[in-house]
Design a protein. Structure first.
Length: 311
């Protein structure tokens, strides 16, 4: 019951009781899966945006936000300057401020971010097996070890867990399109502290542990020799691909001192037409909160342009 709370950024005993609603939602309302994989949700959102004449630009590295007279006027993208009326930064908040803005335009300095408590990063393995794995559900939590020992390693010791817990997802149990016939698509996820050393050797050490426990639970031996596809993803990848602060995967911890209005502000206090959205601001981490964050910011943009028209 307490495992989902780990991803909010503290041990269950240290999280505001309001977040127990997460467990209520999962157990009472059920867990839902989009057939075809989670990418179907982003594809659907993109198709709606395109119908509303949204233009998407890919492979576009934003290098700088250019500001004149407290107004963000342009972005430097792949070495070229492009002009915009309004900007919403859904990139990592820390990265946006510390690397894309001049210091005088930042809401927060580096000391502010150093003091923040982050939710975990995670070690993920994407696996394709050329055999069926019996006795494995779509969702399985591996709880042989002590919950509080693992959370202590993440939040207090800030080290790789000595006796880890992990989550296994086998989507091919529900969705046959996720793997070829008589094969399985498996996703392993182990929460870890952000900002710690990450290497292939460390990843493999924990991978072996997880596979051994998977074999013990399912009674299916020799899984390592049946892997057709294997890819790991961890702290270094979150930093490289998403500029995630300290390689975090789940934003700021939802402790009482970092909840609601105590999170980083959605509005840049020094630039009129720059807002922030995403998991490091209101309302917080997770897919639903991040989508809600976008909706909140969209409403603020509407207000901005209504106000500009009245001037």
């Amino acid at each position: 019951m307490e495992f989902p709370v780990i991803f909010l950024g503290a041990a269950p005993k240290d999280i505001p009781a309001l977040y127990s609603l997460m467990n209520y939602g999962g157990y009472r309302l059920g867990t839902w899966y989009p057939m075809g994989g989670f990418s179907k949700i982003t594809e659907a959102m993109m198709s709606i945006a395109i119908r509303n004449e949204v233009q998407f630009n890919f492979d576009s590295n934003v290098e700088k936000i250019n500001v004149v007279d407290s107004q963000a006027i342009s972005l430097t993208i792949n070495g070229n300057e492009q002009y915009f009326d309004f900007m919403i930064a859904s990139s990592d908040y820390h990265h946006t401020e510390q690397h894309l803005l001049d210091e005088k335009y930042r809401n927060y300095n580096s000391d502010y971010w150093q003091k923040k408590i982050l939710a975990p990063s995670c070690l993920i393995y994407y696996l394709g097996f050329r055999k069926k794995i019996s006795n494995l559900k779509h969702h399985t939590l591996f709880f042989e070890n002590d919950l509080y020992e693992h959370t202590n390693d993440i939040y207090n010791e800030k080290k790789w867990p000595s006796k880890p817990l992990f989550y296994a997802c086998c989507s091919s149990k529900t969705d046959k399109s996720m793997a070829p016939e008589n094969c399985e698509n498996v996703f392993l996820l182990m929460p870890v502290a952000p900002g710690i050393e990450d290497s292939e050797e460390i990843r493999e050490y924990y991978f072996k542990q997880m596979i051994e426990r998977l074999e013990k639970h399912t009674g299916v031996t020799g899984l390592s020799s049946c892997i057709d596809y294997k890819r790991s993803y961890c702290i270094n990848d979150f930093q490289t691909d998403y500029n995630a602060y300290k390689g975090n995967a789940y934003g700021l911890a939802n402790t009482l001192s970092q909840t609601a209005v105590l999170k980083p502000a959605i509005r840049n206090k020094k630039i009129k037409n720059l807002l922030y959205t995403g998991q490091l601001t209101v309302p917080g981490p997770g897919v639903p909160p991040a989508i809600i964050s976008g909706k909140i910011v969209a409403n603020e943009v509407k207000k901005y342009f209504r106000y500009e028209k009245t001037l």
